[in-house]
Design a protein around this ligand. Structure first.
Ligand SMILES: [Ca+2]
Ligand SMILES: [Ca+2]
Length: 180
């Protein structure tokens, strides 16, 4: 059998049996991606445990922490934003969620979207000034001269959520909220 006839027969057999022969080389060519590289579709939307107060939805990030920039990325990836605590009522709602939903019994620290712009404090996620504040005693103190992000300390015994200016590179838990 000549080489040419062999290629034709091999190609014919390949097509007949559904094998992916390349007619130029007679080599088997992989045309399908292995399963591990195929896009996956879940049966439902990926789930985050959320709490709703009034018209705002919150996610308490207490599994993993990060710098202020890292946790902002987490929130925005899930189409949310770092929390802005705009009123006393919102602060009380967040405390209620920590107590009833998470049943937190130790003190925990969370990042908010609060940032220092010049000499004023604003919610970075909205750009609006922080009118309501609840600074801890002696704060903001700009310790070390580089504290430009607002973290909040949940005190489980006192049931308070007090603010502190902090170096944005510190690693904290965080709270995301739905966009306004
Ligand atoms: Ca808010
Ligand atoms: Ca401070």
């Amino acid at each position: 059998m000549s080489v040419k006839v062999f290629v034709i027969v091999a190609t014919f057999l390949g097509k007949s049996f559904g094998l992916p022969f390349d007619s130029n080389t007679s080599a088997i060519v992989r045309t399908e991606l292995p399963d591990i590289h195929k896009p996956v579709t879940l049966g439902s939307t990926p789930y985050l445990p959320l709490l709703k107060f009034n018209d705002t939805v919150y996610y308490y990030g207490v599994i993993l922490g990060g710098t202020a920039a890292q946790v902002e990325l987490f929130c925005s990836y899930h189409n949310m934003q770092l929390v802005s605590i705009q009123t006393f009522e919102e602060s009380q709602n967040l405390i209620a969620g920590l107590e009833s939903f998470l049943q937190v019994t130790e003190n925990m620290v969370f990042w908010t979207s609060g940032k220092k712009f010049g000499n004023s404090w604003r919610w970075e996620s909205t750009g609006r000034p922080a009118h309501y504040t609840n600074w801890a005693k002696g704060e903001p103190n700009n310790s070390g001269g580089n504290e430009t992000c607002i973290e909040v300390l949940f005190n489980s015994a006192l049931k308070t959520l007090e603010w502190n200016d902090k170096n944005c590179e510190a690693v904290n838990y965080f709270i995301c909220e739905s966009r306004d």
